[in-house]
Design a protein around this ligand. Structure first.
Ligand code: SF4
Ligand SMILES: [Zn+2]
Length: 280
């Protein structure tokens, strides 16, 4: 198997996986979304909330506020299930407090964390609005969790793959330029001088087949003289090559999500081998 990174930013990565099987690539996709731990607010203790927003709605908004969860930030923290405290303690939790008075909009940056590394990823997420004389005071407890338990712990906003597209042309047929106009991604280019169609960016192809539908069927004969119809353009994909894209909510770099997903899959494989050998 081979991996080639096509582009990478702080919260997005696109890479090509060659010589892999669908079940393996799909397992990585599912684990990246559902089983890579990240921090999110789990419990909220309301001391005062004079705003028009119900306590539970505010708690829900706090839960969905992305918190920095990269390797450096969560180093030393354990999942609550693996902690012996039974509730929450500094080994498994981080406390964030909010104590503000109106008038004004209260933003994510107003949350004060007990751990300088674990704080909201973005400063400007509006949490609630307070009028003159209104106050909000609360303590929020953030813990590690996984997306399988709640969407607030899903680190990815996009996690998807497609098989590597393959476009071929039946050069024995009359050239059909209808597919060029039909392509929504504009990756087909008519070269009328050379009498052919060029593919400018195969990796942007969504395999929607609009190009194939736009072409007319043309009658041809096989070597036995039997007539059958086919189209000028053929859309297909490479069975074992994939284009994979991961985008995160900013809580951790996408490469970290991928590496952690590989670790989780590898641990599952080890557990399976141990189990199949009669261990537990
Ligand atoms: S499958 Fe869709 S995106 Fe790909 S070349 Fe055809 S029309 Fe364009
Ligand atoms: Zn604990």
């Amino acid at each position: 198997m081979e991996i080639e990174v096509k582009n990478q930013t702080d919260d997005e990565i696109t890479f090509i996986i060659r010589d892999a099987e669908v079940p393996f690539v799909n397992a990585i996709r599912r684990i990246a979304m559902m089983e890579v731990p990240k921090m999110a607010i789990e419990d909220v203790y309301m001391v005062q909330n004079d705003s028009a927003m119900f306590d539970e709605v505010l708690a829900h908004r706090l839960g969905l506020t992305p918190l920095v969860s990269d390797l450096d930030a969560v180093d030393g923290l354990v999942m609550p299930d693996n902690c012996d405290c039974g509730d929450h303690c500094p080994k498994c939790s981080v406390s964030l407090t909010l104590n503000k008075s109106g008038p004004g909009v209260i933003y994510s940056k107003d949350l004060v964390s007990s751990d300088s590394k674990i704080k909201p990823v973005y400063d400007t997420i509006p949490l609630l609005k307070l009028k003159e004389g209104q106050n909000v005071e609360l303590e929020a407890i953030a813990q590690l969790g996984i997306g399988k338990d709640h969407a607030k712990w899903v680190p990815t906003t996009v996690c998807a793959y497609k098989q590597y597209p393959e476009i071929t042309f039946n050069d024995d047929l009359n050239i059909d330029y209808a597919c060029v106009e039909a392509c929504p991604k504009k990756i087909l280019k008519a070269n009328k001088k050379k009498g052919k169609i060029e593919v400018t960016d195969i990796e942007s192809c969504t395999l929607c087949k609009a190009c194939e539908r736009a072409c007319e069927k043309q009658l041809v004969k096989d070597e036995n003289g039997n007539e059958f119809s086919k189209k000028y353009i053929n859309l297909g994909y490479q069975e074992n090559n994939f284009i994979f894209k991961i985008e995160t909510d900013g809580s951790m770099p996408p490469k970290e999500v991928l590496l952690k997903a590989c670790d989780v899959l590898s641990n599952k494989a080890d557990e399976f081998i141990t189990f199949s050998k009669g261990g537990s």
